[in-house]
Design a protein around this ligand. Structure first.
Ligand code: MRU
Length: 341
């Protein structure tokens, strides 16, 4: 639960079920949806009812357990197989954010190695593991906020893209975490949130959650970023990420690459905020990051469309990574290794 900010929680585990805040209804409606079937969980992640890399990592961990409470009478090995089948299925719901497959891998590894002698014992171990993933996310967000807050000086202006805030995590966000901590510390600043077409995560979610928290936020259209940066109106851009390759190339919401190019052109520092778990050391460069392609109807019902959901920003356009373990500066191929677990 975000501390000291007025945002409804993104998800919770209660009564042996995952409940999510339906983000497709925001900001008009704050409504929660209990997940009662595994297909429903898959759809909720795929349809972005729950979204943002860290939040889908947590949702996947709990979500893979959906309905299993009703199967505790099964022999432990059958129960294990059922869980692994569900986990593998949830793993196919979205491809780009490494947090999802990371959570599933942690849970599946536990299921395979557990010495539990009953389904109930294995179930309890898996629930505890999902809760640990959840709590770690909350802690990471707070630490990222504390590491990044000193970048935010009194009266400065910050730009952000998409939503990497409380709604994208179970804590105070990643890109927005330094803003929440600076705000708590009494620093005065302004945020430009771009709309983030086609699904408007910036307009519907970032602007809403910053406004709810009493932070001065102005919404701009995506095509205004260059103009706003060119007029010297922005001191700093901070974005989130879905997967960082070992060389620092970074996948984030479509449009991030454009922002990074504009930031370079106008000498605006461009930071990526991320938990170290978002770095995929198995991938050498951004060329290997799987980019989700979504239904063209999200753009238009009338024309042929091309609708990639993420892009990759080459490492040379990134000023630094704000992580829970400190800020990492270039050369990234060397310095990101400091974050290896
Ligand atoms: O498609 P979405 O809304 O899940 O995309 C979210 C983003 O691109 C975020 O910037 C990223 O996941 C980081 S969230 C802390």
């Amino acid at each position: 639960m975000p501390d000291k900010i007025a945002i409804p929680r993104t998800l919770y585990w209660d009564d042996n079920a995952l409940t999510i805040l339906d983000q497709t209804a925001l900001p008009e409606r704050v409504s929660y949806e209990k997940q009662t079937g595994i297909k429903q969980v898959w759809e909720s992640i795929h349809a972005l009812k729950v979204r943002g890399a860290p939040a889908i990592g947590v949702a996947a961990a709990y979500g893979a357990l959906t309905g299993l409470f009703a199967n505790l009478a099964l022999p432990v090995n059958e129960f294990r197989e059922l869980f692994i089948e569900q986990a593998n299925y949830i793993n196919t719901s979205r491809p780009t954010a490494v947090n999802l497959s990371r959570s599933i891998n942690i849970m599946a590894t536990l299921a395979k190695s557990s010495k539990a002698t009953s389904a109930k014992q294995l179930y309890d171990e898996l629930v505890a593991c999902a809760k640990t993933i959840h709590n770690e996310d909350i802690e990471m967000c707070r630490k990222i906020g504390e590491v990044g807050a000193p970048l935010i000086k009194d009266n400065c202006t910050i730009h952000t893209h998409c939503n990497a805030g409380a709604l994208a995590t179970s804590g105070i966000g990643t890109a927005l975490a330094p803003m929440y901590v600076a705000h708590e510390n009494g620093i005065k600043f302004k945020v430009y949130a771009d709309e983030t077409r086609p699904l408007l995560q910036g307009g519907r979610l970032t602007a809403w959650e910053l406004h709810q928290s009493g932070i001065d936020v102005a919404l701009i259209c995506d095509n205004m970023v260059a103009d706003v940066f060119s007029r010297g109106k922005v001191n700093l851009s901070i974005v989130g990420c879905d997967r960082v390759a070992a060389n620092g190339d970074t996948a984030n919401k479509i449009g991030t690459l454009g922002v990074a190019i504009i930031a370079k052109r106008y000498n605006v520092p461009f930071y990526v905020a991320c938990p170290s778990s978002t770095i995929d050391f198995n991938i050498a460069s951004g060329a290997e990051i799987p980019i989700e392609e979504r239904d063209g109807h999200e753009i238009s019902k009338l024309f042929n469309t091309y609708n990639p959901a993420f892009d990759v920003t080459p490492n040379e356009l990134i000023t630094g990574f704000i992580t829970e373990k400190g800020t990492i500066m270039p050369p990234f191929a060397v310095n990101l290794k400091l974050l290896r677990h």
